[in-house]
Design a protein around this ligand. Structure first.
Ligand code: NIG
Ligand code: FE
Length: 407
């Protein structure tokens, strides 16, 4: 039995205990066998069993381990040339329509073997981890054929088994129309919702099903066929939608009681009402908003008005969001989307856990996973204020300090 006690720490528990950030000053937390066994004021610490390991945090702050609930971390190649084209005035949609964008990453990902996909993704993952992340969601979607979609999802599962981080996977076969199906989106959707999804489920490779509902991707009617099958199979649903236009995808996702709708820059009030009624989470992706120089801020006041929980994620991907720090997203959610520092931090902890349907993490409470990030900061809002650098001093996963062999 391993018992560890962290003391001399300000806890930002993120639980709704009536204080901002669920803050407990002069706190202490006990982890036993990877779970939180006790949390409170150090002065109220229960008597400790012999052999408990006591660790002083030297007055630092502790939050739940951060959760990055939307990434495309596994891919071949890069999109640096496309970035330069955009700097010269080309739009993300122009590039996608002329066969670049997602499809150029599809080409490189099909050409890469599983081993190289794992090793390049692990490098990116390590950086995300160092920014405080202990759980990450990874999507497929750069294969768009059976073999490569399975290769990506297997790679994601293997990364989860061989790293000190939990990996949650999403099947995103409906990310773009592959060249083999050019002009036949219906036919491709049959393939995704049929043969591909069956194979993914047979190997238990996906924890949820995602799609890209957009004028450069799939229509709500096309996406609905995939959702109907996912629902039959009991798989949770998520959706990239209302990013570049208001296609009504959020309403569709609500009809299928999706966990989340993601991006949402162009969401209207009807869509927000539907999301609220379905208990969905709004996943906001400030890295994509920033990279694409979008100026349509997601309707934050509407999320507040309808009490739609907000999550913040990196959307780490080679095209629209080459982001490798989730703590930077806390800053961007506040500076670009005007979330309060507390809302931004909720977005990468409690809100992100909800967006993945996980109720065993995201807050520091008895019974939850002992996943922590320890921060060298002097005020909670510093997490949103600081731009760059890395204030994350220590990461704890399942009660154990994470050691990186490169540090
Ligand atoms: O979340 N919106 C669609 N998918 C990704 C972009 C992927 C890419 O450009 O490679 C996103 O932004
Ligand atoms: Fe995405």
């Amino acid at each position: 039995m391993t018992v560890k006690v962290w003391t001399d720490v300000t806890l930002l528990t993120m639980s709704e205990n009536g204080t901002p950030y669920g803050m407990i000053r002069d706190g202490a937390i006990i982890a036993r066998n990877g779970k939180i066994d006790w949390v409170g004021k150090a002065s109220a610490l229960p008597e400790l069993a012999n052999g408990a390991d006591i660790i002083s945090c030297g007055g630092k702050y502790m939050t739940p381990g951060l959760i990055d609930c939307h990434t495309h971390l596994i891919y071949g190649g890069n999109r640096i040339a496309e970035f330069e084209e955009r700097l010269q005035g080309a739009s993300y949609e122009d590039i996608a329509r002329t066969g670049g964008g997602i499809l150029s990453t599809v080409k490189a990902t099909r050409a890469a073997d599983e081993k190289s996909l794992i090793s390049s993704a692990k490098k990116r993952l390590r950086l995300l981890q160092k920014s405080g992340v202990t759980t990450v969601e990874i999507k497929s979607g750069y294969g768009l054929d059976l073999e490569t979609e399975l290769k990506m999802l297997r790679a994601a599962r293997k990364i989860g088994q061989s790293s000190s981080i939990d990996v949650v996977t999403s099947f995103l076969g409906a990310h773009a129309l592959p060249p083999e199906f050019s002009g036949d989106a219906e036919g491709y959707m049959d393939y995704v919702a049929g043969e591909m999804l069956d194979a993914v489920v047979a190997e238990n490779l996906a924890d949820s099903v995602d799609a890209f509902c957009e004028n450069i991707a799939f229509s709500p009617n096309q996406v609905e066929r995939l959702f109907a099958r996912a629902q039959e199979l009991g798989l949770p649903i998520k959706l990239h939608t209302e990013q570049l236009s208001n296609s009504g995808g959020a309403k569709l996702a609500a009809k299928y009681k999706a966990l989340s709708a993601d991006h949402l820059e162009c969401l209207d009030e009807d869509g927000a009402k539907a999301m609220a009624a379905a208990g969905m989470v709004a996943v906001l992706l400030p890295g994509a908003f920033y990279t694409l120089r979008d100026n349509r801020v997601p309707p934050i006041d509407m999320f507040r008005k309808y009490k739609i929980p907000m999550a913040i994620a990196s959307d780490s991907n080679p095209g629209s969001s080459p982001v490798l720090s989730l703590s930077l997203m806390i800053n961007m959610a506040s500076t670009l989307f005007h979330l309060t520092p507390e809302e931004s931090l909720i977005g990468v902890t409690r809100g992100a856990a909800m967006a993945l349907g996980l109720d065993d993490r995201g807050i520091l409470e008895i019974g939850k996973k002992a996943d922590f990030a320890i921060w060298d900061i002097s005020h909670p809002a510093q997490l949103a204020y600081q731009l760059g650098g890395n204030a994350c001093a220590v990461i704890v996963k399942n009660g154990e300090v994470v050691k990186f062999n490169d540090s």
